[in-house]
Structure formats: C-alpha cells, structure tokens
Ligand binder design. Sequence first.
Ligand SMILES: [Zn+2]
Ligand SMILES: [Zn+2]
Length: 653
Amino acid sequence: MPKVTLADGRVEQVPEGTPIGDVLGPEALSAKVDGVPVDLSWPVTRDVDAEGLGPNDPEGLRVLRHSTAHVMAQAVCDLWPGAKYAIGPPIEGGFYYDFELPQSLTPDDLERIERRMRGIVAQDQAFVREELDREQAAERFADQPFKKEIIDSAEAAEGALGETFSVYRNDGWADLCLGPHVPSTRRLGAFKLLSLAGAYWRGDEKRPQLQRVYGTAWATQADLDAYLHRLEEAERRDHRKLAKQLDLFSFPDELGAGLLIWHPRGGVFRMQIENYLRDIHVRSGYTPVFTPHIAKSGLWETSGHLAKYRDNMYPAMHDDNDVDYFVKPMNCPFHVLVYKSQTRSYRDLPMRLFELGTIYRHERAGTLHGILRVRGGTQDDSHIICRRDQLVEEVLRVFDLTLQIHRTFGFKDFVINLSTKPGIAIGDEQMWTEATEYLKQALDSSGLDYTVAEGEGAFYGPKVDFHARDAIGRLWQLTTVQCDFALPERFDMSYTGDDNERHRPVMIHRAILGTIERFVGVLIEHYAGAFPAWLAPVQVRLVPIADRHAEHARGLASLFAESDLRTEVDDSRETVGKKIRAAQLMKIPYTIVVGDKEIEAGVVSVRDRDGREVRGIGVDAFADAVASEVRSRSVEGVDLDRLLGAGPETGTA
Ligand SMILES: [Zn+2]
Ligand SMILES: [Zn+2]
C-alpha cells in the first residue's frame, strides 16, 4: 500500500486509489502532492508527500476564489443563454471573469448573478475534472469562440497542455482549466460581486471588448465583511476623488491620456516636496544637474533603449535634417553624458548626480490610473557613478537616505525585494551575477529584511525595490535602486585609477519616490488628503464672522505670513458654519474664526480639520507652534490644548 507523508510528519498507509482528500483534514479545499497542486479527488497510487490547502492558506484561498469565478460564469451562462466566456483567474483580493454578452450588464444584474450563484451553491454540485483530446475539446467548446482560440493556440503555449486539455465541469457547465478546484460548490465561502468594467480580449485594444465582472471571496462572512470595510476605506481615500475636492491637479482631454496639469494648490504642495528633495540631496552629497527632454536617436541606440524599451517610448520626431529625436523615457543616458563631459580620475568618484527629471512613457491606455500611472512624470532621479570598491558603501548610503526620506513623509513600514535578471536584458550573465551579488551584499550588511523576486529586474541591471505600507496596510512600490555594469560599458565610460590606468566605473540608478506624480497619489491616499502642515497647500484659513472682522483677519494672515505660514482669508458671504465646513472639506490643518470676542481679547479660536475647537490661544503662541511644526516637517499636528497656558497673550492688529 502506498505511503502518504503529511506536512506535520505523520505517515499514513492507504489502499491504492484512495482520494488524497480522505487523508487530509476537513479544512482542506485542495491539496499539494510532491509540491504540485491537485484536487482532493487525486488518487494515491505511489508514495507521496502531501499537504492540504485550506482557505487560510494563500494558495488555498486562490483555489476558493477561482472556483467561485467558475460558479459566477456558470450563473451568467444560466441567466444569459448564449453568453460567451473568456477567462476568469483569481486576482489579489478576489477574482474576475470576462464575458461577451448581447447587452450591457448593470449593477442590478450583479445581484441577480449572486442569487443564481447561491442557488448553484445550494445544489452542492461536484467539480469534475475531465481530460479531453484536441478534437473532443474543440467539440465541447464549439459555441465558445474564446475557448476555441485557446485550444487552437495551445500548441504554441510551450506545451503547457500539449494535446490533452483539462476541463472542469459542474452540472452541465464546463471550463478549460488546469485546476485545482474545491471538491463541490457547497465548499465555496462567503462571496460578493463588486463591480463591472470593460476589458479587451487578450488585453489587446484591437480585439473584442468584453464585460468584466469583479468579485471577491473569503473563507468566512467575517473575513468578507472586513475586506469590504477595507474597500470602503480605500474608496474614501481615492486620490482621483480627493484631487478634485482639494483642487490639486487634473487630466484635461486636450492634453491626452495620462498627462496632467497641476493647479495652484497642487503646485504649492508639489513644490514643498521638491524643495525638501533638493535640500536633502545636496546635504547628502549629491550635485544637481539639468538635462533636456529630447535627444537624437543615436543616444538611445547606444543606451539600448531603442532595442529593449521602444514599446514604452513615444514615436520619433523627424527633424528637417533627417534626424530622429525621441522624448526621454529615462534620464540615465543624459547623466552619462554629464560624466563624460570631462576626463575623470578616481578622485572624482563617487559622483552623485541628481535631477528632478521629467520623463515620458507611452504606458498602455488600460494601465493608466489617475496620477498613480501617468505618461509624463518627474522622477527624483539619481545616477551614482563609482568604483567597484565603493559600490556596496554607496548602495548602503542610498538605503539610509531612502529610509530617512520616507520617514519624513510618514512611512515607517517597508517590504524590500531584490529583483534579478528579467527575460529581456542587456549585458552578459557574469555581469548580472556580479551586480546582483553587490546588491545582496549591501542588503545583508544593512540588516534590512528582504526577499528575492526572480526575473523582476530592469533590462540593464538587477534592482532593490522598497514598498511602503500606507495607513490602511496597502503596499506601494516606490523606491528602486539598480546596479548597472552595462551602460558604463556601452558608453565606454572610464576613469584614471591611482595606477594611472584606465578603468571602467559602475553606475547605480536610483529614484527614491519614483515619480513625484505617483508619490503624490500615494500621499493623498495615505493621508486621505489631510496632509501634515508642512505639505498642506494652505496651512491656516481665517474665517471672519462678519464683514467688520475681515480686516482683522487679513492682519492676522499677514502676521502669520511673516512666520512663513501659508494662509488664506475666507471673506465670502457664506455663513460661518458653511465656511468652517468648506475649510474642513479642503482638509486645511487650522481654521481660525475671527469675531468680536477674539479681537477684544487679542487671542485666536482655532479649529483643526477634525472639528475640534480650542478658544483663547495667544496669537504668537499659535504662530510659533505651527511655524515650528512646519519647520521640523512634523507629521503630527500641534497639540492646541497645550498652547492655552503658553505665556502672555500678545494679540495684534
Ligand atoms: Zn478553473
Ligand atoms: Zn537611470
């Protein structure tokens, strides 16, 4: 009798042909046998190592979600006979399925589909795996053009399926699928359909547009409820909505997709970020450089961009003299030219060049998402050119600066990846091994925790990515640090060593925020628009109660401006209540209501954006406290109560 060795070390002998599910616990939804995912019905015919995958295991949860996607597609086909279904994979947080239907689905339809799904769950239909040959598969899906296309193209799919096609069927509905699945529909957990979207078949804008239904599925109702709450919170923080409410930036049609303009408030906000970046880079030993937005094609040929990155570049511009120019997708080659503008010696190294460099990338229309993915953006870009013996030290300095900058913006928790050689790459194997080794060495001596992401590097070198965790636990990839031996080779960069010989330097590419645009999107969502005072476009808004208080309010505003505070007087004809509400909607850190009492006593009544009010604060005490909050780039607001006892009141105006 074959032996099954379980994850906890237990060994069981079972009669040949026993379903693996019989050996595993009742929690298991699917299994892994010798590392390969299988259904619980998988028959044991030899000695194996086996492990049950339950809904609390990430892989088990994916099986649960994907099985729910099948049932959703089955429900759609029940409700709309003749529906054509494309693909329905599990995704982060849930699943989707794409359909071609004669009519557009509406949110009401989602409820109908859910009801039908519950009917299928109640019937406890078994998921049955079948293996069909090409002909049988083509026959089974004769009325499903998308499935037929998958069957026809499977030859080219690197033998993933070969001539055998695995099909999962429950009741009369079937899908081409490698599985595994849960044993039957009753084993699905708590699910909900969330939204509708358009999606192109195969992601190709030239192919039919399909209707995508998104859903989520969890082991329990409590897990589902918690997830829905997180979604609600994410929606409240949606940067697209908040950017409009706070009047920060917009994407006018006239510009084209993925291109934005910064409004005055957004401009002030962005300038705070840029000023801080310039300042901290200069203090950290970087030198500013400036480079143009376009360059001749020769530069991009040498750099390898035209060969490896052209899909992401805007098309060429033709000059009268038959020269092609390209707008830059990266700043790197320009910084190489800065380096090469002089003969360099070992004493010049490391050279740390810094630029807020605006780049343009022709991102696919479907991937654009508000300010988080744009076609024109400004990177906080640096290239550090150094000797090999300086490389680890320089990378470590970049890690330190990265943490320092992110902490200033209020991020404390990071997930770090080391990404290795991707499919499309320049440079030889040994170069990649060596560059990866340097990054690994730096990571190991930094004491930071990291994981290795195979094949995720840039085309010219391996990289380290920092993902920052936001206020509601989401991770955002921001920082990349890349180690590059290829570009110095391609551009024949050199320096004279202390041995008087010519040597090849190495290059670190790094952007800490990524693009300012994307980072601003992340900041908006992290703070739900309620930025720390140092970043807020307006820090203090003055609200006169009546017209006769306006002059005093303007006096206070100029007084605060002397402490470099950004102020605004709301002398509109609205009621005080409405003005206060407007200031809160604009998430202004401090609102000061000015009336007779305050003028007489020479004090201010201050409200924060949560609506808490503290009356009778000395004017100077308030100005000093906020000015010092701003100067120190604190992410905590001033404790207004503490200001009440702060010395004599020295009201002016
Ligand atoms: Zn499936
Ligand atoms: Zn670069």
